[in-house]
Design a protein around this ligand. Structure first.
Ligand code: ATP
Length: 293
């Protein structure tokens, strides 16, 4: 099998996720603050036998096997959809490709795992990919840009922001069960509306992890708690163990906890791992999708 290309894209956390009232187009407008983490999905693409189309193989050993097994390998995989969409836009037949996905991002965890895979699928220019990416999912454009950015519209309209002046240290607690994003939004609608949208343009000037933690918020958190009550206990436990702030990431159920130092995040991860929790450490920010070779 001749390797054509290797590419990667980052996980995201939403430092702020504000959700507006359901609009006539069926979507909730959001005001989101994204941060990319150095937890990266890696794609390796090789040319397949003539006429075999796209075949996908998914593996990874840092997340539970149940997560790997939950990823479809057929036409519904976002990488398949991305490659097919590119081929259509270019007016060419769907390519014969063997695609290997090395998964590190918890699946259905609110950390844009599938979107990162789509964003890593080799491409045209970054702007063209971002445009095509938005058709595939609201988080795809951010995974292409990386760094820190505002997301408006459905979250797909990206305004890149200056990076923070310091590195952030995260502990991510994955759940063995996923939460579907539409279900979380439906629970949000039942609970009521979120906070008003705030101006997040000054966020790059924040000078410490403490200050950043005090700015974090997620309008979907109560909805995720209502569907999975254990999540609120996990948030409380992480803060008791020393997190500056622990919060549901996006639509959950992954909990993203911000720590003062890498050493502290690792120390707490060991406690949680000994209790059977899937706890991953990561740093923010990180580059968007890129070719690695
Ligand atoms: P987001 O944070 O962008 O809302 P998420 O991280 O919560 O997304 P994903 O990991 O992207 O969720 O997976 C959501 C669902 O998408 C999965 O349950 C799976 O069925 C499907 N899916 C399709 N392609 C992929 C892929 N490449 N990786 C993971 N899931 C995929």
């Amino acid at each position: 099998m001749s390797t054509i290309i290797r590419a990667s894209a980052p996980a995201k956390v939403n430092l702020v996720f504000e959700v507006g009232q359901l609009a006539a187009n069926g979507y909730h407008p959001v005001n989101s603050l994204f941060l990319a983490l150095d937890l990266r999905e890696e794609l390796t693409l090789a040319k397949g036998e003539l006429g075999t189309g796209i075949s996908i193989y998914v593996h990874g050993d840092s997340i539970p096997e149940s997560h790997i097994n939950a990823v479809p390998t057929d036409q519904s995989n976002l990488v398949h959809k991305t490659a097919a969409l590119f081929a259509k836009k270019l007016g060419v037949a769907t390519p014969d490709l063997q695609i290997d996905i090395h998964k590190r991002i918890p699946v259905a965890g609110g950390m844009a795992g599938g979107s990162a895979d789509a964003a890593a699928t080799p491409r045209f220019t970054i702007e063209e990919l971002a445009q095509v990416g938005a058709e595939l999912g609201s988080d795809v454009p951010f995974c292409i840009y990386g760094g820190m950015a505002l997301g408006t519209g459905r979250g797909e309209v990206i305004t890149p922001l200056e990076d923070l002046s310091f590195e952030t240290n995260w502990l991510l607690c994955a759940s063995s069960k996923g939460l579907s994003t539409p279900t979380v939004f439906a629970a949000f609608d039942e609970i009521g509306f979120g906070t008003a949208f705030t101006d997040l343009n000054d966020i790059s000037a924040v000078s410490s992890a403490q200050e950043l933690g005090s700015r974090m918020s997620n309008d979907l958190e109560q909805a995720a708690f209502s569907l999975m009550p254990s999540l609120s206990e996990q948030v409380a436990q992480l803060e008791e163990l020393g997190a500056i702030r622990a919060m549901v990431s996006g639509s959950g159920p992954t909990i993203a906890a911000l720590f003062e130092s890498e050493a502290k995040a690792i120390e707490v991860s060991k406690v949680l791992i000994s209790q059977g929790v899937v706890a991953l450490t990561a740093k923010g920010g990180a580059q968007g999708s890129r070719l690695d070779g």
